[in-house]
Design a protein around this ligand. Structure first.
Ligand code: P6P
Length: 320
């Protein structure tokens, strides 16, 4: 099996981007070691603080964020870092010309119940000739030079793309990342969908119609049955879709008409959309391609419909 180092050295990617990916992988390996020990490492439960989103931080949210900031800063593999857990981006003097936005531990509500969680990262080109700030992260997702995640599940897997397809690597007992999937792809047709059905009475009509047809199965206009999954960790649901197809949705909600959705554009929707498109799928906010959206705020939220191209085209078409 090819190692991560061997894959990167043969990828043609710039040496500093290769180094960035290696440091991300190493740091996520350290996060995974904490996650795997759980209660034994004293890392479960609440941190006793809130993040910029107003969400209660778990201890592991803070630990993962600190490990990523320390690891990326000390290696100077990026010149600025943005995180779900930090109000503003931080500058790394002398860092390589990349901006890294990350969700250090996605799916935190699952930490204390031992369900898969993950780290999501997005790599953008840094501005030339200036010290970067929050505003420099506000680039459409199609400008990403790399994106990926590490899922801390039954096995620890690094899934990422440099823009030439999606590769998966599994962490072995000696701490090596070994390639386990050379190219991930999402079948155009779907058999499974993922959405938090407890919100169904708050969905807008196009989502009501689309999910209603999935539920009708063989007896409805789709003339086939579908299965449903909802892990509550975007990383776990998207990983399943990259592995065996399907659709993931987190739509806007009528309870808060001004809030476009729950998920964050820069460090959840954009990196996952990059992977999904690289794997032959599609990703929209219900109206337009997510990777084409022009961000306006570092922690901007967005509605997300991603996965099997035929399904995303259909549900996006229902939005008119
Ligand atoms: P809900 C985790 O908090 C997260 O940001 C995503 O990882 C996940 O898909 C979603 O929120 C789950 O949201 O409302 O079902 O708890």
């Amino acid at each position: 099996m090819k190692s991560l180092e061997e894959f990167l050295s043969g990828s043609g990617a710039p040496a500093d981007l290769q180094q960035l990916v290696l440091v991300l992988a190493k740091t996520c390996g350290e996060i995974g070691a904490k996650v795997r020990l759980g209660a034994l490492a004293g890392v479960l439960g609440e941190a006793g603080s809130d993040n910029v989103q107003g969400e209660h931080q778990k201890k592991l949210d803070v630990i993962a964020n600190d490990l990523l900031v320390d690891g990326l800063s000390s290696a100077r593999v990026a010149v600025a870092l943005g995180s779900e857990e930090m109000d503003h981006a931080i500058v790394v003097p002398g860092g390589a010309p990349y901006l890294v936005a990350f969700d250090p531990l996605d799916g935190s509500s699952n930490i204390d119940v031992n369900v898969s969680i993950g780290t999501i990262f997005s790599v953008l080109p840094a501005p030339k000739g200036k010290t970067p700030g929050d505003e420099d992260f506000l680039q459409p997702g199609e400008r990403q030079v790399a994106a990926g995640y590490v899922v801390y599940g039954p096995s620890t897997e690094l899934v990422f793309s440099l823009g030439s397809g999606v590769q998966a690597f599994t962490l072995d007992h000696a701490g090596r990342w070994l390639m386990t999937v050379e190219r991930m792809n999402i079948p155009a047709a779907a058999k499974e969908y993922a959405i938090n059905a407890s919100n169904s009475r708050h969905w807008q009509p196009p989502v009501q119609r689309y999910v209603g047809e999935l539920l009708a199965g063989k007896t409805g206009p789709r003339a086939k049955d579908f299965n449903m999954r909802w892990v509550g960790s975007m990383v776990a649901d998207v990983h399943r879709i990259l592995c065996r197809g399907g659709v993931f949705m987190y739509p806007a909600d009528l309870r808060e008409p001004d809030k476009p959705g729950k998920l964050r554009l820069l460090y959840e929707a954009n990196p996952m959309s990059f992977l999904v498109e690289q794997a032959g799928g599609a990703s929209t906010n219900g109206h337009e391609r997510i990777l084409s959206l022009q961000p306006t705020k570092l922690h901007e939220r967005v509605a997300v419909f991603l996965g099997a191209k035929e399904e995303i085209d259909l549900v996006t078409g229902y939005h008119g």
